[in-house]
Design a protein. Structure first.
Length: 170
């Protein structure tokens, strides 16, 4: 498996490129639901760009050494959002689609809990890997070689507040 290293500027540019693709589709949606943790930053920025409310669905499927071991997906009990109405058209956002299981299961989770509200869900990711069983509606990069993506915020997973305190005191 190859590695793809992403800088902060690349990361933000990808989110802007994704916003352009969504805008060009002319699809109108009511709310953005981001899958946390990976989709939080992209969801937040897209929510600001499109001036749409944000909801957060917490899901986890990675663990083990350096977070590279995929397990069964687990969801939070509730969706976090302001208001009771999710809306009819939902843009579901994550950072990437790898196996596709998280994206597919998130759609099922939303539909099972908001059956009365949802008419349509479309998906948006920065990176779409060839190994995915799910095909996102919007994506920036298609990755045929399925690299492991090293995102700029991963450094914080290896550092503690004490590390930063020691760095500042030098």
């Amino acid at each position: 498996m190859s590695d793809l290293y992403i800088s902060w500027s690349d990361y933000h540019r990808k989110i802007e490129d994704l916003a352009v693709k969504i805008h060009q589709s002319q699809w109108k949606f009511d709310r953005i639901v981001c899958i946390a943790r990976g989709g939080l930053r992209a969801g937040d920025i897209l929510s600001r760009i499109f001036d749409k409310p944000l909801a957060i669905l917490v899901a986890s499927s990675y663990g083990g050494t350096e977070g590279k071991v995929r397990g069964s997906i687990k969801f939070a009990r509730d969706l976090t959002m302001v208001g009771d109405d999710l809306g009819n058209r939902i843009l579901l956002v994550d950072d990437l689609v790898d196996s596709g299981v998280s994206l597919e299961q998130s759609i099922l989770w939303l539909k099972s809990r908001y059956t009365e509200d949802i008419q349509e869900i479309r998906t948006a990711v920065l990176w779409y890997k060839a190994c995915s069983v799910a095909i996102p509606d919007y994506y920036v990069d298609y990755l045929a070689d399925n690299p492991w993506i090293h995102q700029p915020f991963e450094i914080y997973e290896k550092m503690s507040a004490a590390d930063f305190a020691a760095k500042v005191s030098k």
